[in-house]
Design a protein around this ligand. Structure first.
Ligand code: NAP
Length: 287
């Protein structure tokens, strides 16, 4: 199905895609591109990629499919590096967690968006980074959202869809702006809160004692604060409007919770907690 897949950024996301497609037998050659030769060499030694180069323009030469799986803050510089050598008939996609910012970067680099450009985002991941953390089953049974632009050709969309389906993922399409609002709510805000809470606690004078008594609840709530700080900085900065709107809304609700505690308003707390429990239980039953 794919003759040469070039992956720029062979980490958790790029490496897992390469592993899944190679396991499914739907790709002939996987070329890795990145900044760090030692990391790429490791990816080759692990059997994730066939060959590699740190020359990004050279990496895309001969590719019929190109995936960008670098932090969203690095997308523009990578697009600029590959643009001169990107084959005219290659399909270009990405795995970035924000979509509006990647499309805007592509617009700045290409001028008119190419017909072969199909932005995407796999809704799958772990708090671990790097090729060592990658595994072939990451996308099985998970969702991948494609956010085609008005310029994306139907054929390119179909090829990206087929690639992700070969990993066992369910593929859906969404408008990029809608994607960024939905993901701000379900992913970006929770990460921001987890990082923020752990930072607040870690700055407290008696933090040794606090962490000594931390149990399952703390571990569950803060697991995602072990995620890569640079990646999440990039995501928060590049989804500013959607994240700010949601933060404003959450601030109002948090203030209301604070008032309830200050006023001994257990009824309000019970109402909020019961509503939240029902919503989460329903989500867990359905997923
Ligand atoms: P990762 O494991 O840290 O991998 C990122 C890769 O990008 C590394 O191989 C890194 O290589 C390379 N890289 C970083 N900056 C670069 C640059 N300027 N030029 C070239 N290569 C560069 O991160 P990941 O979790 O796979 O995330 C990759 C993308 O997928 C991000 O856009 C992220 O938002 C998105 N995503 C992540 C998740 C998740 O849960 N992790 C889920 C869905 C989507 P070197 O450091 O070796 O140079």
């Amino acid at each position: 199905m794919i003759k040469q897949l070039t992956i720029i950024g062979v980490g958790l996301i790029g490496g897992s895609l390469a592993r899944a497609l190679r396991e499914a037998g739907v790709v002939d050659e996987v070329v890795g591109g990145g900044r760090d030769a030692a990391h790429l060499q490791r990816a080759q030694a692990l059997g994730v990629i066939t060959r590699y180069t740190t020359d990004l323009a050279a990496a895309v030469q001969g590719a019929d499919m190109v995936l960008l799986a670098v932090p969203v803050g690095a997308m523009e510089v990578v697009l600029r590096a590959i643009a001169p050598q990107l084959p005219a008939d290659a399909v270009l996609t990405d795995a970035g967690s924000t979509k509006g910012s990647v499309i805007a970067a592509a617009q700045r680099v290409f001028g008119a968006l190419p017909a072969g450009f199909v932005p995407g985002h796999p809704i799958a991941g772990t708090e671990n980074s790097g090729v060592e953390a990658s595994f072939a089953e990451l996308y099985r049974g998970r969702r991948v959202i494609l956010t085609p632009t008005t310029a994306s050709s139907a054929e390119a969309v179909e090829r990206v869809r087929a690639m992700w389906q070969a990993t066992g993922a369910e593929v859906m399409e969404m408008d990029a702006e809608h994607h960024d609002h939905v993901l701000a709510a379900t992913s970006h805000l929770p990460h921001l809160l987890a990082f923020g809470l752990v930072d607040t606690l870690a700055k407290m004078g008696d933090k040794q004692e606090i962490f000594a008594y931390a149990a399952g609840g703390f571990r569950d709530f803060t697991r995602i604060a072990s995620s890569d700080p640079q990646m999440w900085r990039d995501i928060c900065v590049h989804n500013e409007p959607a994240l700010l709107a949601l933060l404003d809304r959450f601030e109002v609700d948090l203030k209301r919770l604070r008032e309830a505690i200050a006023n001994g308003d257990g009824g309000y707390l019970l109402e909020v907690f019961s509503h939240a429990k029902a919503a989460r239980d329903r989500f867990c039953d359905e997923n």
